[in-house]
Write a protein that binds this ligand. Sequence first.
Ligand code: BES
Ligand code: MN
Ligand code: ZN
Length: 485
Amino acid sequence: MSKMNVQAGSIKDFRQNDEPLGLFAFEEGGIAAPFLSNAAKKEINAALEDEGFKGKAGETASLRASDGETSRRLLVVGLGKKKGFTADCQRKAAAALFGAAKTRFKSIWFSAPGDLQAAAEGLMLAAYSFNKYTEPCKDRKLESAVLLTQKAGEKSKAQAALERAALFAEAVCWVRDLVNDGPSDQSPEALMKTAKKEIGGGVTLKVIDKKEAEKLGMGSFLAVGRGSSQPPFMLHFTYKPKGKAKKKIALVGKGVVFDSGGLSLKPAASMETMKCDMAGAATVLAVMRVLPRLGVKAEVHAITPLTYNMTGGDAIKPGDVVKASNGKTIEILNTDAEGRLILADALVYASKLKFDLIVDLATLTGAAVVALGNDVTAAMTNDRAALQKLLGVAKKTQEQIWELPLVEDYKKQIKSKVADLKNIGNRGEAGTITAGLFLQEFVDAKSWIHLDIAGPAWTDGGGDYCRPGGTGTMVRTLLEYLTTL
Ligand code: BES
Ligand code: MN
Ligand code: ZN
């Protein structure tokens, strides 16, 4: 991953150099820069008007002007209208500032009227690029940005927001790296080793290998790995805060390191992006990586079943019946509905450890993309009050989540003639919900939230602060949720 350093700096230091300054402007009222004299502001606004700059969201202008004392390069980014302005508008505008500066300057100063954490996140997330298999982008110069603060008290507050942004961005960018990595380079064992290495102190790890999983009766989880020569692993990370934990929370993430569909093979085009099928696992691992440094007060566990879904000689076959660790038998009618099979045993495992809340994240169904597209995560829950809290947080982080109902009557779709359950519902009928209902059969907890991130986990075209590839969706929302508990 390529990084971007964002620090707070004082007006005194600012005056001592002539580095470029990034400013933001609403459509109404021109640039926001409380440290400039009215005369300087007036002159700059007149110059912007002369350039035809309107302040529309994402619009940029570059001009040389006097800031009242020094003549320097100004990079001005539009914020759009004041009405409807959100932290995410600030995040996007900061990403546009990165774009305007990246090939021209090594370091810039900036001042932002909106949420400081969001501004810093915008710069850092926009700076991400995946360079494992290529030379890092040669024309990129920008390495650091300094947030201009006026008073001493302001500086330490800003510093805290920037540190938080750096941890959030580190986690998001790590998910992107993990998702973007080639699927043969990232076997369950390789991902386990990476996680062990990168998730530093303050967190303990228990590895459940194939033998241990057999002992625990995880027949559903183990079934999926049978088509691969590489063994599956289930990881269980634990974070305990100093002092008594306020809450005990489990994060469970689907970790199919590549989903070929198995014998119910996917068409070639659908397989192209299936290295993203471990995005749920990557998300919860990334959360664990930064939790200790954020001083989270809850006890948090991450549980990730990791496996390939391949077509080897011993692969599961449609018609096979397997038994999960809660004793329920499952008829596998489609080997491509594998996510629910590995999550079943992970959810049973989590249920036994008695959490106040279990949240699972999974690129689970193509039907979620049909229902909600690529920008919206589908949520299902047995505790709507708990979900409501998470939705409130997501509103703040501006990652879109929409609830789907766990329709009781659709349970008959996953009844099997030869086992307790079958792993698919009726073709073309609420596939995201029947997957959720299937998972619910393995949850024994008062509060459980299932997030189907099949749409938002990946982007073909990229976005304001995201390159094409893995997105790191839901990391910011989970971190915000956990840090405000
Ligand atoms: N990993 C896929 C779901 C997926 C699809 C994720 C598109 C991201 C983008 C999952 O394992 C899958 O194949 N689901 C099947 C379920 C079906 C066989 C009941 C699907 O959605 O087609
Ligand atoms: Mn599948
Ligand atoms: Zn899958």
